[in-house]
Structures are given as C-alpha cells and as structure tokens.
Design a protein. Sequence first.
Length: 161
Amino acid sequence: EVWYFGGILGSGVLMIFPALVFLGLKNNDCCGCCGNESCGRRFAMLSSILFASVGVLGAGYSVVVSAVAINHGPECVVEKSSSSKLWSYPFSNGDYLSNKTAWSLCLEPDGVVSWHLSLFSVLLVMGLIQMALCAVQVVNGLLGALCGDCCGCCGGSDGAV
C-alpha cells in the first residue's frame, strides 16, 4: 500500500493545484482575474470549483488507500530460517486492530505494525480534513459563481460586477 503513494500523490501532488488556486484567489479583485479584466470574479470562483474537485479526488484517493492499508495490515517477515525469510501479510483479514498480541506474528522489521498504523492513520485523518476543506470550497465556489460577488467595487455604486 505504501507503493500506491496515497500520501505523496493523493494528499501531496494533487493538493498543490487547489492550494495554489486558493492562494491566488485573494489576489483577484472584483473586476478581473489572472490579469484579464474581462473574466471577472465569477470565473475565478468557477475555476476554484474545478481545482477543489481535483483536491477532493486526490484526498479521496489518499483516504481509500489509507483505509485499505489499515485493514490489510503491514507486510512483514512471518517466518525466518538460516537461509531465507518468508514475507507475508499475516493480518490481511483485518483482525489485528483489536488483538495486540497478534502483532508478535511479525518478526521483522521491529515495530512495523505500530509504524504502519501510525503512518496510515495520519494519512487517513489528513485526507479526511483535506476532503472536507475542498468540499467546502466547492460549495463556496458554487455560491460565488451563481450568486456573484456583492463587494460593490468596479467603480459602480450599485455593487454590480
């Protein structure tokens, strides 16, 4: 599950795009975005919906990979002899979370079960937080694109954009 890169790809690379767009939204005035005077605030909010959707998908990928990894358990050495080591997933049916004594089935690497649980639990929580933030931005972008911006700028006193 580590090789699916749930943290690097889902919560990392795919979250760069929405983060850059969200940071750029504060620089947009009511009359233009990205230096183009004609596109307006509604287009900026509409584009934030698209990038927030990418963020939801990336965070969702991280959440799914983390949940599957927690359920599946770590790969570890379950049997070793003088000439070889047998690597396996001894907890693939997910029964190790409530049975800490079963963790002794993993002979090597030391502490792999607690490391595995710590890593994927943090990724799961971070992915859920990222999904929630991006989902809020999707709703915010929808409201901003549909209802417009009532900031009263662009020189008009009526607040029209």
